[in-house]
Design a protein around this ligand. Structure first.
Ligand SMILES: [Mn+2]
Length: 420
């Protein structure tokens, strides 16, 4: 029996993530501040981040700055003794590894993981020392690709991929559990992971996120064996317990990463895992639910209704203005984009401190053509011709008209295609 501990399990922060090229750093900053505040309020001892810290391998400086400021706040959180961060499939393993020698001195273990030698796994075994006592061990297993698992493919093996990956991952978890027990004895063992494992209903929702070549129904809790008190997983952006006897949980991302995720209606937050100190306990996590920092709204409609819709939007005072994804029926994408920008500016002039954000996409439809009084109605069908669409597209994307050379080149392509 060792000292009781409180763990906070999160992951899939995706710092630097943009939505349709629109920055979401304001939300991400609120998410990090919130994680720090939960860590302090709940007097967390160990914070686990199970992969996908950043959204891309080479994140922008602003996202890195946000991350380092977050680490500084964690170092300043006196009750927190250890932070363990593993790389997900979105992260650069090498870049995260490079930070570890320095951050380790501050109790922050960052495991990128690139080695495909099994001896290297043993560097991922992290004892949780508190008051001179090892009171738990974290096996910090990052995302490991098939290649790093030592699996080499030939085309005839693809059908066997499920069993091969299953076996490889099972041995990572069981060998590391054996080493941890040998080194530190009878203390609660925690594991981390970034992979796809199914829930009780085999239901991944709309988007199955297979990063390994998993066929049919995917992985379940059996790969983790029976040694771990708790397994903290990342990769699936929704929280659930994994199918099977192992005490393995996904925490989900604290904020929806896409409009589809916002629309799925699932609660978002982090897991808090209380450990009493017995090696054989299987603690049930409880959620700290995250606020909705911003509404994400998808809207479809005619240009004539766009402005009224935007002006009638409401949101809570502690929320950022909504993110709008608008598919507007219009004869001119450039005009609706300009209109949106004008409305945003007017709202800012009217005292809105944080600008309204959105992505406006114009769609040329027969309805839009009928509705547009200004538009030359000569031949509505002709307006839907490829060259007109191309010109409209260039104007919308680049903000300037297509050059005659571009139009000529495009016409030639269309002509050649029609000839085929
Ligand atoms: Mn992710």
């Amino acid at each position: 029996m060792s000292r009781p501990l409180k763990i906070l399990h999160t992951g899939d922060l995706h710092l630097g993530l943009t939505l349709r090229r629109v920055s979401r750093e304001d939300e991400q900053q609120k998410m990090l501040d919130w994680i720090v505040s939960v860590t302090r309020q709940e007097k967390i001892d160990v914070l686990l981040i199970a992969g996908d810290v950043f959204d891309v391998a080479n994140p922008p400086t602003s996202a890195r700055t946000m991350f380092f400021n977050f680490l500084e706040q964690l170092v300043d959180t006196l009750t927190l003794s250890h932070v363990v961060i593993t790389a997900g499939n979105h992260d650069s393993a090498g870049q995260l590894n490079a930070l570890c020698p320095v951050t380790r001195r501050l109790g922050i273990h960052i495991i990128g993981g690139v080695e495909n030698r099994s001896e290297a796994w043993n560097d991922w075994i992290i004892p949780i020392h508190i008051d001179g006592e090892v009171c738990a061990v974290v096996n910090a297993i990052p995302y490991i690709s098939e290649f790093r698992l030592g699996i080499r493919w030939t085309s005839d093996q693809v059908g066997k991929s499920h069993a091969v990956i299953r076996r490889a991952l099972t041995s990572v978890y069981s060998e590391m559990a054996d080493v941890a027990k040998e080194r530190y004895g009878d203390v609660p063992l925690i594991a981390m992971g970034h992979l796809t494992a199914m829930d009780e209903q085999y239901n991944l929702g709309e988007m199955p996120r297979s990063i390994h070549r998993i066929i049919d129904k995917g992985l379940d809790g059996e790969i983790f064996g029976e040694d771990y008190a708790y397994i903290a997983l990342g990769h699936i952006h929704r929280k659930y317990k994994v199918r099977g006897a192992a005490n393995a949980w996904y925490c989900g991302s604290p904020m929806p990463c896409s409009i589809a995720e916002a629309e799925d209606g699932s609660e978002r937050g982090v897991w808090i895992v209380p450990l009493s100190g017995a090696a054989d306990e299987r603690p049930k996590p409880y959620a700290a639910l995250a606020p909705h920092w911003r509404q994400m709204i998808r809207w479809q409609g005619p240009e004539s209704e766009m402005e009224e819709y935007i002006r009638n939007l409401t949101w809570e005072t502690n929320q950022l203005p909504p993110f709008l994804y608008m598919e507007v029926e219009t004869t001119s994408s450039a005009r609706v984009t300009q209109r949106f920008n004008d409305i945003v500016k007017m709202m800012a002039d009217g005292g809105l401190k944080t600008p309204l954000k959105g992505k406006i996409e114009g769609r040329l439809t027969e309805n839009a053509i009928k509705e547009d009084k200004e538009y030359d109605m000569g031949n509505p069908a002709a307006l839907l011709q490829p060259i007109e669409l191309f010109k409209d597209f260039v104007r919308f994307k680049e903000g300037i008209d297509a050059t005659p050379e571009q139009v000529k080149l495009f016409s030639e392509l269309v002509r050649k295609r029609n000839e085929v």
